[in-house]
Design a protein around this ligand. Structure first.
Ligand code: PHE
Length: 334
């Protein structure tokens, strides 16, 4: 006991020596317990009790010192002198993603002329993505090549365009409808500087009595001049979509080369930013809207493309690479 008492423990190494000598299974006390076997039966009880006391004594000393050493270490840390000349850890502020900036700007422009916002699910059924939009049953756009199917029969897929939100809106709301529908869409396409399998569109839908193609044109003229510059030119190119008739592709003068020709506009001076047209009467009827009373227009534009033009970005893969040096460069547009 005296030995145990006089053993000095001032650091973790000494604590460990103490543990090995007295507490551990190969220490002296363990040896003494081993020797108990040879003690005559009548003395075993008394000596056993003594040994137990000794063992507890050693264990308690070990526990006390290990706790106090731990405290010392903690206190040591807290009490380290504070160096007020050290620079602080910089607080990095996040930045708004360029696609978000542009989407917000688009929403702002259309809200000012009376459009509200609508949303729909990214996982869609065949009806909302295709059938209600007047796609014939064997239309090539339903092919495995374009569409990511989640389930076959009944078909459930990742929406290939925001036009599915038009359908959902017309099904639940009677005209007048004037709504903007931004969202993420998916197509099974090879990834390149100009295309991605995940991208964003913003759909617009305007349905009322007496809505004509001139309304569509004027709305998009207004948008393009607000989004870009007053001298931005726009042209409507005849096209086809199953859900609009007539249909037109929307082109604007290339913002990167100002019409001089570059690889983004493929040296034509024009870039396509989306599709548009008068909503096909079949679509109105599919959604429970009387096509004798109401007409409307719709358009769908690519947010990536508009962002590339607004910020002179030449490769849309940058949007999804999460390189902070790229992402933090963008200031809000107004
Ligand atoms: N949904 C079409 C597309 O993704 C775009 C579009 C929307 C065309 C609305 C006409 C009207 O290509």
């Amino acid at each position: 006991q005296q030995q145990i008492e006089s053993f000095t423990i001032e650091n973790p190494a000494q604590l460990e020596q103490f543990r090995i000598a007295y507490v551990g299974r190969k220490g002296v006390i363990a040896d003494l317990f081993e020797g108990l076997k040879a003690v005559p039966a009548e003395d075993k009880r008394a000596i056993g009790a003594e040994l137990n006391n000794l063992k507890n004594f050693a264990q308690n000393k070990f526990n006390d010192y290990s706790a106090s050493l731990e405290n010392q270490q903690l206190n040591g840390k807290v009490q380290a002198p504070l160096d007020l000349t050290l620079p602080t850890v910089p607080d990095e502020l996040g930045a708004i993603h360029p696609l978000t900036i542009v989407r917000n700007r688009i929403v702002e422009i259309f809200e000012r002329i009376g459009f509200n916002l609508s949303e729909g699910p990214e996982i869609e059924d065949d009806w909302h993505n295709f059938t209600a939009l007047n796609f014939p049953l064997n239309h090539p756009a339903r092919d495995m090549q374009d569409t990511f199917f989640v389930e076959k029969n009944p078909d459930i897929a990742l929406r290939t365009h925001t036009s599915s939100v038009q359908v959902r809106l017309m099904e639940r709301q009677k005209p007048p409808i004037r709504s903007l529908m931004p969202g993420r869409v998916y197509r099974n396409e090879a990834i390149s500087a100009r295309a991605h399998c995940i991208f964003h569109q913003v759909e617009g839908l305007y349905i009322d009595t007496n809505v004509g193609f001139t309304d569509l044109k004027q709305t998009l003229y207004h948008f393009v001049k607000e989004m870009f510059t007053k001298d931005t030119r726009i042209r409507f190119r005849p096209s086809f979509f199953p859900f609009t008739e007539p249909s037109a592709e929307i082109d604007i003068s290339c913002q990167l080369c100002k019409g001089k020709g570059c690889n983004i506009c493929k040296y034509s001076g024009w870039v396509e930013i989306g599709g548009s047209g008068m909503v096909d009467p079949n679509v109105l009827e599919n959604c429970g809207i009387d096509s004798q009373t109401y007409t409307g227009f719709a358009f769908g534009m690519g947010i990536e493309r508009i962002t590339m033009l607004a910020y002179q970005i030449k490769d849309l893969r940058l949007f999804t690479e999460n390189d902070i040096r790229f992402l933090k460069q963008f200031n809000p547009l107004s």
